[in-house]
Design a protein around this ligand. Structure first.
Ligand SMILES: Cc1cc2nc3c(=O)[nH]c(=O)nc-3n(C[C@H](O)[C@H](O)[C@H](O)COP(=O)(O)O)c2cc1C
Length: 243
């Protein structure tokens, strides 16, 4: 483990084996970084953020606060109601994923997996992190930073210069088990909803962001080291707005 990861988040650093029994989505033995609890009240009015959201593609060198990164990830896919498995839940739909989230999901099957490619984030080494909604933690899973990720996205400056990039991926099979041929439609609706949550949250935090759809799927998977069934659907570079 690198020095900044050790020193920046020492109190928050756990190993997967020490997490609670509900941590099925945590990869064993990968370092876990507990994010600051998200704000669930207050902040800028939604109408204000809606009126001001604009695609921002130039960023300052300034780092992001870990709390802001956590807030963005929570806005995208955070758990807002821990609920027990509903009556009538069928085993063929897979395991109940434990809670309802900020963005809607067809059948509450939650096909999205969100990653953070960190460049300049206080307390985080540059690298690839997987967001685990039920625990509101990150798990470090790879080494690439925004500069390398940009190579898989037509070298777009917004990606290369971002302080961090949220990467929205989907496991289509989770939705296909119930909705069959309508699954792609539902998954794509869901990624739009989740990404818009993050874009509006960024605006409300005074940060710049943009939805990026122009990238090569296979190249993103390779540079980030994604699991084979995690299909990248969108990148959201974030940073303090620049010139
Ligand atoms: C599906 C989708 C894909 C997009 N892909 C890119 C992209 O690859 N690069 C980029 O700079 N902007 C991208 N955008 C942002 C649009 O260019 C932008 O939303 C549009 O110009 C309207 O401007 P606004 O977002 O400031 O309102 C994308 C937007 C959407 C919805």
């Amino acid at each position: 483990m690198s020095p900044s990861l050790r020193s920046g988040v020492t109190a928050a650093l756990l190993t997967a084996s020490s997490m609670s029994a509900g941590s099925a989505a945590l990869a064993q033995e990968a370092p876990v970084i507990r994010l600051p609890a998200p704000a669930t009240a207050g902040g800028q009015a939604l109408t204000h953020a809606l009126a001001r959201r604009r695609s921002v593609r130039a960023f300052q060198d300034a780092p992001l606060r870990l709390a802001d990164v956590g807030q963005l990830l929570w806005a995208a896919q955070g758990v807002t109601a821990e609920t027990p498995e509903p009556a009538g839940w069928r085993s063929e739909w897979g395991a109940w994923r434990g809670g309802l989230r900020t963005a809607p999901s067809a059948g509450a099957l939650y096909p999205l997996e969100v990653y953070l490619v960190a460049g300049r984030v206080e307390g985080l080494d540059p690298g690839v992190y997987h967001y685990v909604p039920g625990e509101h933690v990150l798990q470090r899973v790879g080494e690439c930073g925004p500069g390398e990720l940009a190579g898989a996205a037509s070298s777009q400056r917004a990606v290369a210069d971002a302080a961090a990039v949220l990467v929205f991926t989907a496991v289509y099979q989770r939705t296909e088990v119930k909705y069959r041929e309508r699954a792609p439609r539902y998954v794509h609706i869901e990624v739009g909803a989740a990404a818009e949550n993050a874009l509006l949250q960024a605006t409300a935090l005074g940060l710049g962001s943009v939805f990026v759809g122009a990238f090569t799927d296979g190249a993103v998977k390779k540079v980030m080291g994604l699991p084979a069934d995690h299909v990248p659907l969108g990148l959201v570079p974030v940073g303090r707005p620049g010139e």
